[in-house]
Structures are given as C-alpha cells and as structure tokens.
Write a protein of this length. Structure first.
Length: 568
C-alpha cells in the first residue's frame, strides 16, 4: 500500500487533540468511539487477507505485516515487537475449518525471520498457537488415525468413518535457522474411556472417569448437507483455541465439537502425559478440569449444556479470582441462534489447585459468574470464529468474528468503541459499502504499556478502508509545544470543506516546505511558506489527507512534522 509509506509522524513531544463522537453513516472502520474508550491498539488478521494489522482506535494503521499466505488463524504480538502468526498451507491430506500448516515469525519492521511447517500426510497444524515465556510455542494439530485403529480402542464400527482426526498438542522449541524440535506433546488418544466392549482397552463408564475422553462421544460416520464435507466427520474434537498459564504451568483448550473447555497439566513429562491416572490432579495427563457440556462424560442432559460451538478460551483474573473467559457462539443453541460471552471462575482449593472431580455431579461451577448479554440479542450472533478478552481496566473487547466486528464494553456494559473490518479477499472495502466476507478469527487488545511498543514508531498511517471518514475521531490538529524547542503548530479548521490554514506559533521564525498526499499516497499539493499559509481545498475529493512539513530554515529544530486533514 503506497499510503503506508506516508507515516503520520508527530515528532518529539507533539501531541494530538481528539474529540469523540458517533458517525452513523460509517459502515466499515471505526463506526463509534466514546471518550471513555480504552487507550491502546488492536491486533487482528483478516481471514481473507495475507496481512496482519495493528490499528489505533480511529482505525488508522500503526503497523502491518505482510505474509505470502492467509492466516491459519491466530496472531500474537511478542514482547520484543516480533509478530508470531499462523499461516494456511494446504497439502490436500487435510481439509478442515481453521486449517493452518505453518507458523511464521516477523520482525516489527515486517521481515520474515523464522518459520516452521507441519503439514504432512498424518499431521497438520490448525487454528491457534500459544507463545511461552521460554520462547517455545504450543501448537494444535490434527493427528490422523485409521477407522480400524479407532475400533480397536472401543469405538463403535457403525459410528466410525475411514479416518479419525484426533487433537495433538505440540510444544515446539524453535531452531534459529527455521523449523523446531518437539520437546513435549499430549493427545486425548492416550486418555480414552469406552463402555462398548469389555475385551478392549480402557473399558469403564465415562461417568466414573471424568478426566478421560469417551471414544464414542460425538462419533459420526458421515454427514450430509450444504457446506458439510469429510472434515465434519473426520475431525472428532475440533479444538479451536489454546492458552497457557506460565505460573500454573497449565493449558486450556476449547473443543467446538464437544462444546467443552478442558484444562491439562503441562508439568507432567511427555511419557507421563501418555499415561492415564483416572483424573487425579497433575498425574498422567488426564484432564484436571472440564466444563460446558457434562453429557460428554455421562453426567448431564441436553438442558445442562452451556456451550454451543464456543471459541477463544483464555485464562483470566476475574473478580471472583482465576478463571476463564469464553466466546459462546450459540451455534445449535436450543433457544435459537444468538451468541454470548462468559466468565467462568475455576473451582480451586486453598492451595490454588483444582478441586477433585465430584463423584457423580457435573464439574463446578454450576453456571457462569457473568454473561453478556443478559438477555438474548438476536443481532449478536457469530456462527463461527470470534473471541473475547477481559481487559485490566474492567472493559471488555469482543470480536463478533463472522461479521468482522469488534466492540468494546465499559464497566456498565455500554458500547464505547466499534470497528468493522474493511479488508476482504477482494481487497479493501470503500466507506459506505455493505460489509461482507470480512470475517476475523480474533481481535487482541494491545495496551500502551505492552513491551513490544517501547521505542517503536507508533505514528498512525491511513485507515484500511477506501475513502475513509474519520469524523468518528474528529481531529483538531493542535500540536502542543515541544518542551525542548518551544515550537507548536495549528491546522484549522479540521475537518474542512473549502480550505484550511497552517500557522506556526513558535517563538523562532522558520521557513517550511509543505507536501500534501491523499490516503493512497498520491501527491496533491506542495508549497514553501514562512510561519503561516492558507490553502484552498474546495476541488479536492472528500477523505483523509496527510501533510508533511519539512523545515528549510529553522533556528529551533530540524525535525519534520506531519498532520492529518479531513476534507468533507
């Protein structure tokens, strides 16, 4: 994008004064922002694009990272400023929702510095990864097993397709030159229970072994109908998110097909994780907690199910203590299709460990501690993807992924920011377009205090949408004095319809070279002036413009400055 070259650079201590309001006509980009919206940035990878973006609350691009493939599906900004993202890489051996195959690492500047591929006949990365403090990466993969192998483990033949794809979690230690070493792994295939054949391994009642996986739950031999392919039958668990808690050394997973979230203990060795202990805490790799659909382990009915195709389970410090946040998509919900987000506190003992599984009841707690919205909102629905993040301030960032919509709630559950992703597989949408095919897997809040932002150029570039309308972030470009140079600028009126003035209010006289560009980087106007000028803009097209001021003669500073101008 040519416009990315025109970074809106405010040098030194120059600040930007912004007033906030709603612009009802905006259909993409920032559609609403309130003064109480959280400061900081938002990271996301449009599902139809090969680019990952970091934007500010006005939708202006702070940084972008260009890949050669679409996401598969998640992205993370690391503390050192690198971007870690998954990438779609197809081999034809696996065809499934959320398919990945590669992991890439980019420097802040956008250079590809590392990649790894796991896309073979028997294994394939998908959906999500979790960076670890030691530099390792936890990754979700499909592992292919034959139907005959599944039957030998107690799966009913009439419910067994020719292949069964089972989740395997890998811990990868990256090599400097690319690729990685697997240093730990875990799979539910080592922690099964079945009550179909006492002559086969792992025989027992699922309700008596809640830490294990019923090999016949969610078993389907075939599916039919529009949009349903072999992956719907083969992908047994469909785990779509992973998160890691370094202090507890625990992993949380979300399984869409089982409508459940699971916690496992990562501190067991790989050999121990391949054993089975009956669900005792921290032993053998069985689950230490599960929640959302107790029918999976024979302790619940349809009415006890809470999750319906959920995504994005994250460890979070809640008001009630440590717990998990989840976006509950609502796909197949008996009451109808609407989404919710939840807080679920963990049932921990005085030592901070998960309490043992009850002997007959579903796992605690009996219900979420918080749900949004409290009553069904039929307009709030995403059949797939999506995410939710509970911010330290108490605000909440929600990604209604199928619609590419992000919105922020304050403590009173009032929307204080809304953004519609304008980037699709066919390019950027124009302001005013009806958005479609703009889905996003997840949006992540990047606070101003994030270590990755230290010493980086955070000056905003143009928004992603074409012909942007930034009235939602009405700009009054009053550049405040630099404490060292005593200089300041005024650009007014802004927005404008017929013309604007640029005035230098510093104490020292200067001569300046002005160059103006539109949001696409096309040159519009230039001139040289001393301290002030007025420029007519009545023949310019409405939209965002970028001005660059370069000192020619200055006794106070040799820094260039930029400003944004909105022409209505």
């Amino acid at each position: 994008m040519v416009g990315r070259i025109l970074r809106l650079m405010f040098s030194g201590a120059f600040l930007l004064s912004i007033s906030w309001n709603m612009v009802a006509q905006n259909t993409v980009g920032t559609t609403f922002i309130a003064e109480s919206a959280e400061s900081g940035y938002c990271l996301f990878s449009p599902n139809g694009s090969q680019t990952t973006h970091l934007i500010d609350r006005c939708g202006q691009v702070i940084q972008s990272w260009q890949s050669e493939g679409r996401p598969g599906l998640s992205a993370y900004l690391l503390d050192n400023g690198d971007l870690l993202r998954t990438r779609k890489h197809l081999t034809g051996q696996f065809v499934g929702g959320g398919i990945g195959g590669m992991i890439e690492r980019f420097s802040w500047e956008g250079n590809l510095i590392w990649s790894d591929t796991l896309a073979s006949d028997s294994l394939h990365f998908h959906h999500d990864i979790a960076p670890m403090p030691n530099g390792h990466i936890l990754a979700i993969a499909w592992e292919k097993h034959t139907g005959a192998e599944a039957i030998s483990r107690g799966r009913l033949p009439e419910l067994t397709p020719e292949e069964v794809w089972v989740t395997r979690i890998f811990e990868l230690a990256p090599w400097d030159e690319g690729g990685s070493e697997v240093v730990w792994s875990w799979t539910p295939w080592d922690h099964l229970i079945q009550n179909s054949d006492p002559s086969l391994p792992h025989f027992g009642e699922p309700a008596d072994f809640p830490g294990r996986f019923d090999v016949n739950f969610a078993a389907v031999a075939e599916v039919s109908g529009p949009g349903l392919g072999q992956d719907a039958a083969f992908d047994w668990l469909h785990v779509n998110s992973i998160d890691y808690h370094p202090e507890r050394d625990e992993i949380i997973l979300s399984s869409r097909n089982w409508d459940e979230i699971w916690v496992i203990d990562h501190s067991t060795t790989e050999n121990e994780a391949g054993g089975s202990s009956g669900g005792q805490y921290g032993q053998g790799g069985d689950l230490i907690w599960r929640w959302g659909n107790p029918a999976t382990y024979g302790r619940g009915a349809v009415t006890d199910q809470v999750f319906f195709g959920q995504h994005d389970a994250r460890f979070t410090d809640l008001v009630e203590g440590l717990g998990v946040t989840v976006f509950n998509n609502g796909a197949g919900r008996p009451e109808g299709p609407f989404s919710t987000v939840h807080h679920i506190p963990f049932p921990l003992d005085n030592d901070g460990k998960f309490v043992p599984f009850p002997t007959s009841l579903p796992c605690a707690p009996p219900a979420p501690s918080w749900t949004y919205p409290s009553a069904p909102d039929w307009a709030f629905f995403s059949n797939n993807v999506s995410g939710y993040e509970f911010l330290e301030s108490g605000h909440r960032l929600i990604c209604q992924g199928a619609d590419g919509r992000f919105f922020e709630l304050d403590e009173n559950e009032e929307i204080v920011w809304e953004y519609i992703n304008p980037e699709t597989a066919n390019g950027a949408l124009t302001q005013g377009d009806n958005p479609s095919q703009n889905s996003v897997f997840r949006a992540t809040h990047i606070p101003l205090s994030h270590p990755a932002l230290a010493n980086q150029n955070l000056d905003p570039g143009p928004p992603l949408e074409l012909n942007p309308n930034l009235e939602a972030c009405e700009v009054n470009d009053v550049l405040e004095p630099d404490n060292q140079s005593g200089k300041s600028w005024q650009v007014y009126p802004n927005p404008t319809s017929d013309g604007f003035a640029i005035e230098w209010t510093g104490t020292s006289s200067s001569r300046w070279r002005l160059e103006l560009f539109d949001a696409f980087g096309t040159f519009v106007h230039s001139e040289t002036f001393s301290d002030q000028t007025r420029i007519a803009s009545d023949i310019w097209s409405p939209g965002l413009y970028v001005g660059i001021l370069q000192p020619i003669e200055s006794v106070s500073s040799d820094h260039s400055s930029t400003f944004r101008l909105i022409v209505q």
